[in-house]
Ligand binder design. Structure first.
Ligand code: GLA
Length: 392
């Protein structure tokens, strides 16, 4: 692993004041539920975005990434403007710039804190793989600046600020899951989050102790329709909630699903939107089932719930793709306990729950199925539940 402090020295010619890290994530269950005020259950990966940083006093924000070409991006804190308002997106630099913008907008930058900062990043979170490399970049930035400026921001507050940076500065209408996972996860746990009131519970998820492993399969494909489709799914859910007269689809309990679907049909709401509703309502229920099974120390029993979640993402929410479906089919056929796509969909990664003893055979079967279908070889690695953002 390259030394991020050395990288900082090379770029800026001085030692950084500190080094921080924030992880990527996979989501165990609860997909496209966060912006419906529902439940999610992510866990942090050992892969992190690391930032070496020092404060400045002249109002300049300088950012540099060891992973992106293009050298140092220099911006002025007082001139930062959202991308939609004509601000310069500057590629990856829009994420850290958005974080500084939101701190400024929230009145958290005054006095010395308005002076800017130098940051150098290095990341091991695969990009474009649906593993929240952008959330890791945002959260490591906010965590570093909170410490550098003595802002004392709590992890959940950092997640909310970073979500606002992504929504309002970068212009991506994401929910709160990824930033919360990166900021708040703890080693050996999955994080149960209620996306409405932001209450959290760290749920023990020590797979190794149970002879189990969670594989991440990065399909290395990213289908282009993803961005517009995310906003489209979100709009469909919000319109259905309005039609049902509830604040969010979270407010439709599983017992009321059939009635709600009939009500929507009689209001002339089309079959596609009704299937979106069915996904969200049943997915929230699946999060509860996974929690119950983990609380009962019956980890193997979550497998079928994960696979059912995939079917719902594929058929009702229509956010899967042939490569993700192939991971689930070939993984389960080779003996996995359960598998599903994870994250926003349309490519990216899937997770596969396996007995440790079967892990290699399942990984081999998935890789062979990809080769037989003419897909690029997937990248497969274990998801070890890891710590959230921290100073190193
Ligand atoms: C992306 C978004 C999250 C969440 C997931 C789907 O990762 O950033 O907020 O909506 O998709 O569960």
């Amino acid at each position: 692993m390259s030394d991020v402090s050395a990288g900082f020295r090379e770029v800026y010619g001085t030692d950084p004041e500190g080094v921080w890290a924030a992880p990527g994530r996979v989501n165990l269950i609860g997909e496209h539920t966060d912006y419906n005020d529902g439940f999610v259950m992510p866990l942090a990966l050992p892969h992190t975005c690391r930032a070496a940083a020092s404060p400045r006093t002249d109002g300049k924000l300088r950012v540099h990434s060891g992973d992106a070409p293009g050298g140092v991006v220099e911006l002025r804190v007082d001139e930062l403007a959202p991308v939609a308002a004509g601000g310069d997106r500057g590629g990856w630099a829009a994420y850290p710039a958005g974080v500084v913008w939101v701190l400024r907008e929230e009145g958290l930058l005054s006095g010395a804190a308005a002076g800017g900062a130098d940051l150098h990043y290095e990341s091991t979170v695969p990009t474009g793989a649906g593993l929240s490399s952008s959330a890791a970049l945002e959260v490591v930035t906010a965590t570093a600046l909170s410490d550098l400026y003595g802002l004392g921001l709590a992890p959940q507050h950092i997640a909310q600020l970073c979500q606002r940076a992504e929504n309002d500065f970068v212009g991506v209408p994401c929910g709160i899951m990824d930033q919360t996972a990166s900021a708040c996860c703890t080693e050996g746990h999955a994080l149960f989050l209620d996306a409405r009131d932001l209450t959290q519970r760290q749920v023990p998820f020590d797979l190794a102790a149970k002879g189990l492993r969670l594989l991440v399969v990065d399909t290395r494909v990213k289908h282009e329709l993803g961005d517009g489709a995310y906003a489209n799914r979100r709009a469909a859910c919000e319109s259905a909630a309005r039609a049902l007269g509830v604040p969010a689809l979270r407010d439709v309990p599983a017992e009321r699903l059939e009635t709600a679907l009939k009500d929507l049909a009689s209001l002339g709401v089309d079959d596609t939107v009704r299937r979106r509703v069915r996904h969200v309502v049943t997915e929230n229920q699946r999060v509860r089932e996974v929690i119950e099974r983990l609380d009962a120390d019956d980890t193997r029993a979550i497998g079928p719930v994960l696979t059912a979640g995939h079917a719902s993402c594929r058929d009702d929410f229509e956010i899967s793709c042939p490569e993700l479906d192939l991971v689930v089919e070939s993984g389960c056929a080779a003996g996995a306990l359960g598998a599903r796509m994870t994250g926003g969909g349309f490519g990216g990664s899937a997770i596969v729950l396996v007995e440790v003893a079967d892990a290699d055979a399942v990984a081999k079967a998935v890789t062979e199925a990809f080769a037989a279908a003419g897909h690029r070889a997937p990248r497969i690695f274990p998801a070890v539940p890891s710590a959230g953002a921290r100073r190193l």
